[in-house]
Design a protein around this ligand. Structure first.
Ligand code: FES
Length: 900
């Protein structure tokens, strides 16, 4: 038997020549810091050092490591001292969810050591760092911090052991993430744990007429088979039919392949254009419409449903009839100010690096689940309800979550399968999706087609605005795109209509600011075009048409940027490379969770904060620690934060940018109570002149606890801070009531806002667009964790760059199979695509909220795609109306102009 050394210790290698090194490292040796993501050597998450050289262990046969030294992320820190790269990653917040971090750390360590040997403490350039790390992908977009961290480490700023203990990481769990100790759901291993695999439909529409499980059951090692779905119908390729639990994944896959299935194929229709045709096969008959998924995070507005088209949902229009007649009149008289266009956006996949995964285990009646989820509290409720279990018999745990972006907010098939298999097999079962499943059936931001008509008056006011949106929602409804234009740019009259176009594709689901980016891609280009027609500066036109006080301040900020002031204002430029600058605005709703509760304790002289929320990379732990620490005059690391467990006091889901606004106010109330209790029980006052009186009092305090529930916003608010739902009239108020009572979320007063200014360079020969500079201004009140908020804002921009330039799911229009189901086919931005990003926070506007903080995750991604498109228009004089702005589309547009 051959052996290798791993992190300095000998380890036996399997005889199996097909065994991959990553599986030996993770499954046999239990070194789960090394992550498995793409399985094709594209993302770098599984990188280890082989005799000091970085390799991707997902492609390397384990036998190839025979006689060699393997170093995983767990072995990078020598004798407990962190490597300078690890310290720099911590200090510069070069991570968010942390799932890609081990791979980056291993590769960056090797680069650092090579660089230092050759160049001493000279700092590498941005290009040199990008080239070294270009084999790694981060879906959270932590690249901005990674650039800073690698630069500073190579420059020697993190040398020396003494600095190790002084690393003040702004992210309190960062050490666990840079050393590989952080445990994600896919890393959980129980004794006797089985692997679950799901049998999925290979056809887009069929009725299952026969399901023979006998051969599958007969395979040695198969422990349980469960049927999924309840009507024997499949409506898309990838729909779950059954699930198998077996002693290992290979056996489970063999059993899935052995299930005999007879089907009656039914006519299918794939995609927006085909499904809208009058003779298109119908996906959901009236009796089965309840089976459609939900693209939104909330209940949608009611709408008629005919064939595959559900809509119009136009409840939030404002004088729709008047808008129609104003626009018709303008068309008839060929008003040169009338702006009209149709904008199309592609399907964006969440592409979380940690796949959807659940480990379920029963201990008698008690069901414990580790789930990669954005909502531990809500998931527990959903499971208790579905399986009719007492609430204290279900526990959902999510210590660390490798990204979600909206796709992990509900009860998924992987969780249902794991529960049912664990119950049937009487053993713990893990169901973890492979990359093909992750990029096919876990939801997506639907592609869209948005028609816009926008009419300014001769005096330059906004007379009429119409948006008609079609969402390519697959087997789901509630796309809600046009409706989001209700709360920006008040016009004399607005017609806003949303249609869901249902087809035999997997259901879409909520994706960071659902509906926001496609709405802004159309609307913000419409505003830009109107500015050109009116011969007005695009920022000034926004200042004129958009009275929102937060965005008014952001427009002021943007107008002072050199990036904006130095842009060219006329002509198309000349030469191969042309540069342009664009601007766009965005907003999101201020949401908070009623009932969210935080408990504070002094235990053994230590301060502990508990809440059943979770951290998906957004920094909930640090927000809680910072808020508590600030109130007590302590450091965030003095506070132990317990989250990610549904047994803790009910928290808020990490969806809709609601976490910060839900947890900060109850923390502040609980702090007041705890302080009173500490003083009441204190036996001696703190030392006179003490710098940290609370530290002393807490250290001497008996065990105490205080808790508080998220209060209503009762603080006086200035008149310019309006309730968006009140502004939307009676229907808005009804919608707000429905949101509170059915979706358990409150829409508060005030509107989180953002404005972005982006510079691009267009290669007019090859059709490439490169983003050169980004300035993003964000108004979300007081920033609870500034460095982490900056990371989120930059990450949101990077996801927006992907949406605008690279990302699009492709499907086979005949079969409904997703063609971009590997990371090598579905292109997300890499570090070399990341421009310098300036982040500006305007902290006013939410003083009526206790603590003054609201969420940042959604609003910061909304304006990126239109700002890029407007910059392209500024660079080459052509407006691109379809994203992603691929080279072929750009070249076709240039060719079209040349022909004209
Ligand atoms: Fe890189 Fe989340 S931090 S994927």
């Amino acid at each position: 038997m051959s052996t290798m050394t791993i992190n300095g210790r000998p380890a036996a290698l399997p005889e199996d020549r097909d065994a991959l090194l990553v599986d030996v490292i993770r499954d046999t040796l239990g070194l789960t810091g090394t992550k498995l993501v793409c399985g094709s050597g594209v993302c770098g998450a599984c990188t280890v050092l082989l005799d000091g050289v970085p390799v991707v262990s997902c492609l390397l046969p384990a036998q190839a490591a025979g006689g060699k030294a393997v170093t995983t992320v767990e072995g990078i820190a020598a004798a407990g001292d962190l490597h300078p790269i690890q310290k720099a990653f911590m200090a510069h917040d070069a991570l968010q969810c942390g799932f890609c971090t081990p791979g980056f750390v291993v590769e960056a360590t090797a680069f650092h050591d090579r660089w230092r040997k050759a160049n001493g403490t000279a700092a590498p350039s941005r290009e040199e760092i990008a080239a070294a790390l270009s084999g790694h992908l981060c879906r959270c977009g932590a690249y901005d911090g990674i650039f800073r961290a690698v630069t500073e480490a190579c420059a020697g700023r993190f040398d020396g052991k003494e600095k190790d203990k002084h690393i003040a990481s702004p992210r309190i769990e960062a050490r666990d993430k840079v050393t590989g100790l952080a445990k994600f759901t896919v890393d959980i291993r129980h004794d006797g744990q089985l692997e679950g695999v799901i049998l999925r439909s290979q056809v887009a529409h069929a009725r299952i007429t026969e399901l023979d499980l006998a051969s599958a059951r007969a395979i040695p090692g198969v422990a349980a088979i469960s049927l999924l779905g309840d009507d024997r119908m499949v409506r898309y390729v990838g729909e779950a039919i059954a699930a198998v639990a077996a002693k290992d994944r290979a056996t489970a896959l063999a059993a899935v392949a052995a299930i005999k299935l007879a089907i009656e194929g039914l006519p299918a229709v794939v995609g927006l254009d085909a499904a809208r045709k009058a003779d298109a096969p119908v996906v959901f008959k009236k009796s089965s419409r309840k089976k459609a998924g939900n693209v939104s995070e909330a209940a949608g507005a009611p709408a008629p449903w005919k064939g595959n088209i559900r809509g119009p949902s136009s409840a939030f229009s404002h004088k729709a009839k008047q808008a129609r007649s104003l626009l018709d009149a303008a068309r008839q008289k060929r008003d040169p100010l009338l702006v009209e266009g149709t904008f199309r956006s592609g399907t964006q996949q969440h592409a979380c690096l940690e796949p959807h995964a659940t480990v379920a285990s029963f201990d008698g009646e008690l069901l414990t689940l580790h789930v990669s989820t954005q909502a531990v509290s809500e998931l527990k409720e959903m499971i208790a309800k579905r399986y009719k279990l007492d609430h204290d018999k279900v526990r959902v745990i999510a210590d660390h979550v490798g990204g979600g972006f909206g796709s992990k907010g509900s009860l998924g098939v992987e969780t249902i399968a794991a529960i049912e298999l664990a119950r049937a097999a009487k053993a713990p079962v893990r169901v973890a999706y492979d990359r093909h499943e992750e990029l096919s059936v876990t939801g997506y931001r639907p592609a869209s087609e948005v028609g816009i008509a926008l009419l300014p008056s001769e005096q330059g006011a906004l007379k009429a605005l119409s948006l008609t949106a079609y969402g390519d929602t697959g087997a789901a409804i509630n796309s809600g795109i046009a409706v989001l234009a209700r709360l920006i740019y008040p016009a004399e009259a607005k017609q806003l209509s949303d249609y869901d176009v249902i087809s035999n594709l997997p259901p879409g689901c909520a994706f960071r600011a659902p509906g926001g980016p496609p709405m802004a891609f159309a609307l913000e280009q419409g505003i830009d075009e109107a500015a050109l027609r009116l011969n007005v500066d695009p920022l000034q036109l926004r200042q004129r048409w958009d009275p929102n006080p937060s965005r008014q301040r952001l427009y002021q900020w943007a107008s002072r940027l050199e990036l904006w002031r130095n842009r060219k204002t006329g002509g198309r430029g000349s030469g191969r490379y042309r540069r342009g600058v664009g601007v766009a605005a965005g907003y999101w709703l201020y949401l908070w969770q009623p009932g969210a509760k935080v408990e504070l304790m002094v235990k053994g002289g230590r301060l502990i904060a508990s809440c059943a929320t979770q951290d998906i990379g957004t920094g909930s732990r640090s927000v809680i620690a910072n808020t508590v620490a600030r109130e007590f005059g302590l450091e965030p690391h003095d506070v132990e934060v317990r989250i990610g467990d549904s047994n803790l006091p009910q928290g808020a889901p990490s969806t809709g940018s609601r976490t910060t606004a839900s947890v900060v106010p109850p923390i502040l109330l609980a702090v007041q109570e705890l302080k009173k209790a500490i003083v009441r029980h204190s036996k001696a006052p703190p030392s006179p002149g003490s710098n940290a009186p609370w530290r002393e009092l807490i250290a001497a305090s008996p065990d105490l606890a205080a808790s508080a529930v998220r209060p209503e916003d009762a603080r006086p608010k200035p008149p310019e801070i309006r309730s968006p739902l009140k502004e939307a009239g009676l229907l808005g108020m009804i919608f707000g009531w429905m949101m509170r009572h059915f979706s358990h979320v409150v829409v508060g007063a005030g509107v989180p806002s953002s404005v972005q200014v982006i510079e691009v360079e267009v290669d007019t020969w090859l059709g490439h667009v490169r983003v050169l500079n980004v300035a993003t201004g964000i108004a979300v009140g007081k920033i609870a964790a500034p460095v982490l908020a900056r990371s989120q804002a930059a990450g949101a921009v990077i996801q927006g760059i992907g949406y605008a330039l690279y990302e699009a799911r492709e499907v086979d229009p005949r079969s409904g199979h997703v063609l971009t189901s590997g990371m090598e086919d579905y292109r997300i931005p890499g570090i070399a695509d990341t421009p310098p990003i300036e982040v500006y926070f305007d902290e006013a506007g939410f003083d009526h909220v206790l603590g003054g903080s609201v969420g940042i995750g959604e609003v910061s991604t909304v304006p990126t795609s239109p700002a890029i498109a407007n910059a392209v228009r500024n660079a080459i004089g052509i407006r691109l109306t379809e994203i992603p702005i691929r080279p072929d589309r750009l070249l076709a547009a240039l060719k079209g102009r040349a022909a004209a």
